[in-house]
Design a binder for this molecule. Structure first.
Ligand code: G3P
Ligand code: CA
Length: 323
């Protein structure tokens, strides 16, 4: 793939068009021209990484319809947030494979719900194999790495094991590893040459307590500290330009620190767009996502996450053609 141009990262696959984190979602993203597909990763009881945004699978699978798993329903507090449901670490991979995915946002994305019940939960190894077979990269995010390590699931080691098995544990592999935590990325920096991306949210602080706030991490001083171990940052796009407001200095400051910048997440529905880019008033209707992406490309970002990879590719290619 061409990494000299801004990269299109398919967020949870083509998750605007298929239930997220399914091979069907990733395959459509590849078909639409994405450069990278993004799996969020959580472990099973038998320490296999699978693609889910949360370890609680109540909202994105049909687990509630499986009476054989009714007694696995429980409540857990993870990174200070209590959730009730069914959790991947309480299931073997074989058990998870009996479940089927469901659309996370059926009210905003009713067409996607037509695919409910069709697709399995994929393993990270299956996602890598799909990407390898189509000459695209993977952009994995380990969710809650400190929490999972504390209960006996070393997810960052599992990521490296899967990448090594695929021959993709190297600096030139088409891989970025991302995390909202800091200390795990610093450890990974000593264990692998794979490029690392520090995620930064618009509010709050990393769950591992390794920085006082994300805001502090986004200052010129904070960015220089990140550059000691990471290849780039993955900021909430609002930190670059919130809605229709004046852009911040974040892209320039990150580039000055030697960091690449990959903001997240661009979505087509009016519900997610700034007022000036909406088409009509239906929150489900699609507005001008390509213009939203063009705005950050003009600020110099090196890539971006989107639920709609085809819009991402078209916006990126139009930007390059006009440059
Ligand atoms: O990883 C970039 C972006 O995906 C972070 O947000 O919550 O969608 O994983 P989330
Ligand atoms: Ca993610």
């Amino acid at each position: 793939m061409d990494t000299t141009r801004p990269i299109v990262i398919a967020h949870r696959g083509a998750s605007g068009l298929r239930p997220e984190h399914t091979l069907a979602s990733y395959a459509l993203a590849i078909e639409q021209g994405a450069d990278f597909i993004e799996p969020d990763l959580v472990p099973t009881r038998d320490n296999v990484l699978v693609a889910r945004h949360e370890n609680n699978i109540a909202d994105t699978t049909d687990v509630a319809d499986h009476p054989e798993f009714a007694d696995r329903r429980t409540s857990k507090t993870i990174d200070g947030v209590t959730a009730t449901g069914w959790f991947t670490e309480d299931f073997t991979l074989a058990e998870l494979k009996t479940l089927r995915a469901r659309e996370r946002l059926p009210q905003l994305r009713p067409d996607n719900a037509a695919y409910d019940g069709l697709f399995e939960i994929p393993t990270f190894a299956e996602v890598i194999a799909l990407a390898r077979g189509h000459n695209v990269g993977v952009y994995p995010e380990t969710k809650h790495p400190t929490y999972f390590a504390s209960i006996g699931h070393p997810t960052d080691a599992l990521v490296l094991a899967d990448l090594t098995a695929a021959g993709w544990n190297s600096a030139d592999a088409p891989v970025f590893i991302q995390s909202f935590e800091i200390d795990n990325l610093k450890r990974l920096h000593t264990q692998t040459r794979v490029r690392l991306i520090q995620l930064i949210d618009a509010d709050g602080a990393p769950a591992d307590g390794a920085a006082p706030s994300y805001a502090a991490m986004a200052t010129p001083e904070g960015l220089r500290a990140i550059a000691e171990y990471a290849h780039g940052i993955g900021p909430n796009k609002d930190m670059i330009r919130k809605g229709d407001a004046v852009p911040s200095r974040l892209v320039a400051d990150a580039h000055a620190a030697g960091l690449k910048v990959h903001p997240w997440t661009f979505r087509a529905e009016n519900f997610f767009l700034p007022a000036s880019l909406r088409h009509g008033i239906d929150p489900r209707a699609h507005g001008d996502i390509q213009q939203a992406i063009a705005r950050v490309l003009e600020l110099g970002v090196d890539g971006f996450f989107t639920d709609f990879p085809l819009d991402g590719v078209q916006a990126r290619d139009r930007f390059i053609a006009g440059r």
